[in-house]
Ligand binder design. Structure first.
Ligand code: NAP
Length: 299
């Protein structure tokens, strides 16, 4: 039996379409067009592609996109001053500062400066803390994408399932674990010091890999019928495509896992496209909350 492929691209397209519908409704009912400000410091090519995609999808959903592209040598104080001006701008509902920032800038200090009500990346300690309390406000986008795709594969219900999350980063592993707990799964968090990782993984009805190591999770670590969410984005050499060429693979040995799992996300085309989808959702949520408009149900 081969696992069902969880198509993140089409789920993200459906989310974008729903966001566009909600935005059109907000415009006609409240005269509101949510605005998302994206700040990019430097010229990292991968970050440049992410920001370009974010801007495109924000505009395609009918929202306003405000772009700030700053030179790599921008000082921390100047970046913080820009974030403060975006905090104060009533036309801006969401603020995203593209990570990673150049090494001379303390990213924690920048994130702390973002108004929590506009923190559409969900990284501010206030939003992270609310998630821990089980009162999520603005939740990090990739983790929301992971849990949404797991629910797609499980008819929307994760209650009582055993979940194992490999990785405990602030960006992915920790919030995914908390969201799964909030969805009533029984969650084990694994990391680089975990003993007997293959054995622990074999207990998982939902297995989330957020490690950053190509094909690390083997097919025989997967419980038959499990839902596998592969968050990893790893670039590996692909000589079959020509000299010096590379390709992107996940943290899971997808081909081997497919033979055992019930459902699995591909890389690329799984979790990746969901991140911007939930960025748009968060921007709409932030815009409504800031104005006391009842929050639309999008995902
Ligand atoms: P990270 O901050 O480097 O965290 C990696 C986690 O994996 C750490 O908790 C680490 O454990 C754990 N780990 C490392 N080696 C391990 C091992 N051998 N066995 C078990 N656990 C191990 O990375 P991240 O930001 O969470 O990202 C993880 C992956 O997701 C990366 O490939 C990244 O590119 C990808 N990603 C994708 C998206 C998307 O949109 N699809 C978004 C964000 C990230 P310790 O805590 O013990 O060190």
């Amino acid at each position: 039996m081969s696992a069902m492929i969880i198509d993140g691209k089409s789920r993200a397209a459906a989310l974008d379409a729903k966001v566009a519908e909600v935005v059109a409704g907000l415009k006609s009912a409240h005269g509101l067009t949510p605005g998302l400000a994206v700040v990019l410091v430097g010229d990292d090519p991968a970050s440049d592609i992410y920001v370009t995609n974010k801007v495109k999808r924000t505009e395609a959903a009918g929202m306003r996109s405000i772009e700030h592209r700053l030179p790599a040598e921008t000082g921390e104080a100047d970046l913080i001053a820009l974030v403060e001006s975006l905090n104060a701008d009533p036309e801006v509902d969401g603020i995203l500062v593209q990570m990673p920032l150049p090494k001379h800038i303390d990213s924690d200090r920048v994130v702390m400066t973002i108004d929590p009500a506009k923190d559409v990346d969900g990284l501010h300690p206030m939003n992270a803390g609310l998630l821990v309390l089980g009162q999520p406000a603005l939740v990090a986008c990739t983790p929301q994408g992971c849990v949404d795709l797991a629910k797609q594969a499980r008819d929307g219900d994760l209650s009582g399932l055993d979940a194992v999350v490999i990785g405990r980063s602030i960006l992915v592993g920790k919030p995914v674990s908390l969201l799964l707990q909030n969805a009533n799964a029984t969650v084990t968090m694994a990391h680089s010091r975990t003993r007997n990782l293959p054995e622990i993984c074999r207990r998982a009805d939902i297995l989330v890999a957020a490690i950053g190591r190509p094909h690390y999770v083997k097919g025989d670590w997967v419980k038959p019928g499990a839902t596998v969410i592969d968050v990893g984005i790893n670039r590996i050499p692909a000589p079959e495509r020509g000299e010096g060429k590379t390709r992107i693979v996940g943290d899971v040995d997808t081909e081997a896992a497919k033979a055992v799992a019930g459902a699995i996300t591909p890389v690329p085309g799984g979790v990746g496209p969901m991140t911007i989808g939930f960025l748009l959702v968060n921007t709409v949520v932030a815009a409504c909350r800031r104005r006391g408009i009842p929050e639309p149900k999008i995902a």
